[in-house]
Design a protein around this ligand. Structure first.
Ligand code: NAP
Length: 271
């Protein structure tokens, strides 16, 4: 197999926000396995980000860790400057950093609302805007990719499925759905591809209470037609494909990686 098949992202550079753990860490590793050099962004877990970098380097890849709060405009600008200083150019930006601050709406504080909107929606906007500014300045290099740049938003099935007790999170993810489509429409003619991935229930820290223990897991599996919880690599594989030229004609879409969670499983036996 030649390199363009085994390493379809060879010589490309990627930034993955919030890749010190969970889905982001898996995406960073996968992009590196496919040949990209990766900036592993984190907010507070420097040690975990260093572990991700070490695991990439141990497999022969290239990576560095960079701390930045994605909800802070100047921090995001600094993060992109650091990527350019280290890599020269960026080809792939994955906006993934996300948090939950759950509460019934009547009890939800403005701080909980703002924290989630600031990281999960404004953070995506800030990362995507810097990516666009950078991609606009870069020449398309057909030896690297047919696109001038690729942006991938990690959304959620909750861009579609309402989620009682998590209105801030669902509102942010619903916003990402329109951000994806509006931005894709705006920049597609410049050969910049914007797409999203909507994971279902993936086994990470963010939703530990939903899968830890047999009772929680069997309750969760009732919502998943494919009858297994998702693993971080399920999402990472989709991200690597969306970032590659194999997906060159995929523009402005959301790829659901959810074991069928959005298929209204309650209707599986006729409703
Ligand atoms: P996770 O394991 O808790 O990871 C969250 C990551 O985001 C961490 O690396 C964290 O870094 C980073 N982060 C949080 N706030 C940040 C900020 N302000 N600036 C920069 N980085 C920040 O969660 P996950 O499950 O992998 O979630 C990743 C994304 O997938 C989120 O957008 C989430 O909504 C989405 N998602 C997850 C699932 C699921 O089932 N797990 C399903 C659908 C969608 P630090 O630890 O360094 O702060």
């Amino acid at each position: 197999m030649n390199d363009s098949h085994s390493k379809p992202l060879k010589d490309q550079n990627a930034l993955v926000t919030g890749s010190s753990s969970g889905i982001g860490a898996a995406i960073a590793r996968k992009l590196a396995q496919h040949g990209a050099a990766v900036c592993v962004n984190y907010r507070s877990s420097a040690d975990c980000a260093d572990d991700v970098v070490r695991s990439i380097v141990a497999e022969g890849g290239h990576a560095f860790a960079a701390g930045a709060d994605v909800s802070d405009e100047s921090a995001v600008q600094g993060l992109f400057s650091e990527c350019v200083a280290r890599f020269g150019r960026l080809d792939i930006v994955v906006a993934n950093a996300g948090i939950q601050r759950d509460a019934p709406l009547e009890q939800m504080t403005l701080e909980q609302w703002r924290a989630v909107i600031d990281v999960n929606l404004t953070g995506y906007f800030l990362s995507a805007r810097e990516a666009l500014r950078l991609f606009a300045k870069q020449e398309i290099n057909p030896a690297l990719s047919r696109a001038a740049g690729k942006i991938i938003f990690i959304s959620s099935v909750h861009e579609l499925i309402p989620w009682a007790g998590h209105a801030n999170y669902a509102a942010a993810k619903g916003g990402i759905m329109q951000l994806t489509k509006s931005m894709a429409q705006e920049v597609a003619s410049r050969r910049i591809r914007v797409n999203a991935i909507a994971p279902g229930a993936i086994r990470t820290d963010i939703n530990r209470q939903a899968w830890e223990g047999p009772d929680a897991l069997s309750k969760l599996l009732k919502l998943i037609p494919y009858n297994r919880i998702g693993e971080v690599d399920d999402v990472a594989e989709a991200a690597a494909w969306l970032a590659s030229d194999a997906a060159d004609y995929v523009v402005g879409t959301t790829l659901f990686v959810d074991g069928g969670m959005v298929l209204y499983p309650g209707f599986a036996s006729g409703g």
